[in-house]
Design a protein around this ligand. Structure first.
Ligand code: AMP
Ligand code: GLY
Length: 424
């Protein structure tokens, strides 16, 4: 039987999720709230004008469409606001963690305390909810150190501080000027870790974990990891050195981090079902957790999901029903690279409504901030499009991604020229 689903979100990540779901034999229609122009152009998809944070609006839509089999919740805000809880309470099937489980992302202080309590390796830290106490602490601290707003801040609430001046500024902005609103009511001040970063996303039903291929994203706006933090300007997968079974990375991370985290959440009464994203640093002293996300990453998803050979709807079902242990998940083993085309000014202010041209050609293009206005494809956000390239070698995937990017133009288009090229 064909099943219809509702996907919540409007980014490149959601386009990749819709694209992967559409490959499933069991999928009928895909509704996306609010979606974007790329999703709207899919023959089986339809966008509905409801905001991701309009929980009641989403509930009403699901209620009015008894043909919706499942709602897939990918963005952090509706997860932390309890959209999955609300849908479940009303008898509807939803993929994603409950608000209690999503706290692992929505409060960095909670995540750090969980790791300390259950002996999960992470950077040493202190939590402050009072500016003067934090200021006293950073006066005598060792540099560099890292200051993080406790709550959700679109990936932008982390400041690496090389000296006291930067740290003091960061504290003022977060705690006094309330740059991230309530998200900055408390801060985590933590030790700076040296090493190599790698992300591991897993599917989990709260008992079993199935690992996706490793990935790495590029958070800074400009080449050479300069400029401001963004949601992510590019990504690649897999990260070869951590896929090599000789390095034991996955086994070590599984035993010291992944399973202990799932068990810790269970012990805390916060059963986690959905996607758990581990942002890791491989240091001389072992693998440590930098951050958890309670969802797919963006743009990591755009380089991971196209390689999934197993039916994604089946995987979501297995996570919801606690049957992930019975499912074999297969990947095609290819390298993928994506480069994000963003609006000039991103991650600060930028203009919208610029006409986009995409020439015919090969390769996947995922839409993010795009819309149709007066019949034309136009920019509608900071991150606009995402060009993906694939290959049997990372270098080939990278060349294909940049060749694919050349197909697109819009006024003020910016992108990083060093995705993968500086990182191998
Ligand atoms: P987060 O959102 O916590 O992952 O932080 C964003 C980025 O800041 C990470 O991807 C790292 O590049 C960097 N970062 C965060 N915490 C640390 C740390 N303790 N040491 C070094 N770099 C860090
Ligand atoms: N790219 C990192 C994130 O999705 O949070």
């Amino acid at each position: 039987m064909k099943r219809n689903v509702l996907v919540i979100g409007s980014g490149g990540r959601e386009h990749a999720v819709c694209h992967t779901l559409a490959r499933s034999e069991n999928i009928g229609r895909i509704y996306a709230a609010p979606g974007n122009a790329g999703i709207a152009a899919m023959p089986t998809a339809e966008c509905v004008d409801i905001k991701t944070t309009d929980l009641n609006g989403i509930l009403e839509f699901v209620r009015a469409h008894d043909d919706i089999y499942m709602t897939v919740v990918t963005p952090d805000d509706p997860l932390s606001m309890g959209l999955v809880d609300l849908l479940n309470q009303n008898g509807f099937r939803a993929f994603g963690p409950t608000a209690a489980a999503a706290k692992i992302e929505s409060s960095k202080a909670f995540a750090k305390e969980l790791m300390r309590k259950y002996d999960i390796p992470t950077a040493d830290y202190r939590v402050f909810d009072e500016f003067n106490a934090a200021l006293t602490y950073i006066t005598g601290a060792k540099y560099p150190l890292v200051i993080k707003a406790d709550g959700l801040a679109l990936g932008k609430g982390v400041v690496i501080c090389k000296d006291f001046k930067t740290a003091e500024n960061a504290l003022r902005e977060i705690m006094l000027d309330k740059k991230f609103g309530a998200a900055g009511a408390s801060v985590v001040v933590e030790e700076f870790l040296y090493g190599e970063e790698v992300s591991v996303l897993v599917f989990t039903d709260g008992q079993t974990i199935k690992i996706m291929p490793t990935s790495r994203d590029y958070k800074r706006a400009k080449d050479g990891d300069k400029g401001l933090n963004t949601g992510g300007m590019g990504a690649f997968s897999p990260v070869t050195e951590f896929e090599d079974s000789k390095c034991n990375f996955k086994e070590i991370a599984m035993n010291s981090i992944f399973m202990p985290t799932i068990h810790a959440m269970n012990k805390e009464g916060r059963l986690f079902r959905g996607i758990l994203y581990f942002g890791l640093m491989v240091t001389a002293g072992g693998v440590k957790v930098l951050e958890y996300n309670a969802r797919f990453g963006d743009p990591e998803t755009q380089v991971i999901l196209p390689g999934l050979k197993t039916d994604l709807l089946e995987v979501f079902d297995a996570c919801i029903d606690g049957k992930l242990g019975e499912l074999d998940i297969e990947w095609d083993g290819k390298y993928r690279v994506c480069v994000v085309a963003a609006s000039k000014g991103y991650p600060l202010s930028y203009e919208k409504g610029k006409k986009i041209t995409i020439k015919d050609g090969e390769g996947l293009i995922f839409h993010a901030g795009t819309a149709i206005k007066d019949g034309e494809l136009v920019t509608n956000g900071g991150r606009v499009l995402c060009a993906v390239g694939e290959g049997d070698l990372l270098s080939e995937a990278c060349n294909n991604a940049y060749a694919n990017l050349k197909r697109m133009t819009f006024e003020g288009m910016i992108f990083r020229r060093d995705i993968v090229r500086n990182a191998q």
